[in-house]
Design a protein around this ligand. Structure first.
Ligand SMILES: Nc1ncnc2c1ncn2[C@@H]1O[C@H](COP(=O)(O)OP(=O)(O)OP(=O)(O)O)[C@@H](O)[C@H]1O
Ligand SMILES: [Mg+2]
Length: 222
């Protein structure tokens, strides 16, 4: 089983939810997955379990302790802003080379399957010059692009895909996570996207997804 970078068309699209569903599924299947959320903004040190890193650790069956947080999410910022802005508010900046080194080190570790969750969307800035896309390209991992089914998501998804392909990033799958309350049907979103993304596995997550369907999604990442 491989390693994948979980990215998305934007923030709040379901990257962590999808990653946690996979981790729980893999653990139930007797595997020992690994997951990282190296860059985390909107982190409340008083409620670490509420953060993305806390959710991933819970799905891995681990505590949201300081040591565990340092291990999977070393760049933590309080403000719910893009990472460059959140870091600047604390008089800090993300050293892109250090982030890439960290990513390569965890990729080299034995835990499999392995997931690295990005931050925000594909083109979210990390510092003055680099975006998540640069991080994906430098890490060498293929990515899963999580998208929504809201009105406008078709353009956002195809734009994100174009951006990834432009730097040669591999795309393991596009996962359309149903947007609650959207007037656009999930099936229609999938059908429309399928006409533009030939060759890339495309799948949907309904809000009421059954545990058995997570197995199918996990199969995409093998
Ligand atoms: N398929 C789903 N079923 C139920 N709840 C979901 C589903 N997908 C996402 N959610 C919920 O929607 C919210 C946003 O999802 P999530 O935190 O996974 O987004 P994200 O892309 O990881 O956001 P961020 O950019 O902050 O990392 C969360 O409260 C999550 O539990
Ligand atoms: Mg998240």
């Amino acid at each position: 089983m491989g390693a994948n970078f979980i990215t998305g068309t934007g923030t709040d699209i379901g990257k962590t939810w999808f990653a946690c569903a996979l981790l729980r599924h893999w653990r139930a299947a007797g595997l020992a997955p690994a997951a990282f959320k190296p860059v985390l903004s909107g982190f409340d040190a008083l409620r670490p379990e509420m953060s993305d890193a806390g959710a991933l650790l819970a799905a891995l069956g681990r505590e949201a302790s300081r040591a565990e947080l340092d291990a999977i999410a070393p760049w933590r910022f309080a403000a719910s802003l893009s990472p460059d802005m959140a870091a600047a508010l604390e008089g800090r900046r993300i050293d892109f080379d250090e982030l890439v080194d960290f990513s390569r080190q965890v990729i080299a570790m034995p835990g499999r399957p392995l997931l690295i969750e990005g931050v925000g969307g594909v083109m979210a800035p990390l510092d003055e010059q680099h975006t998540v896309r640069d991080w994906i390209a430098a890490s060498g991992l293929p990515c899963v692009l999580v998208a929504g089914s809201y009105l406008g998501s078709l353009s956002h998804t195809l734009t994100a895909l174009e951006a990834l392909q432009r730097v040669g990033a591999g795309v393991t799958a596009i996962v359309v996570n149903e947007t609650p309350g959207s007037a656009v049907a999930l099936d229609a979103t999938l059908e429309s996207l399928s006409r533009f993304v030939a060759g890339i596995p495309l799948t949907a997550i309904a809000r009421d997804i059954a545990p058995a369907d997570v197995a199918g999604l996990a199969g995409l990442l093998c």
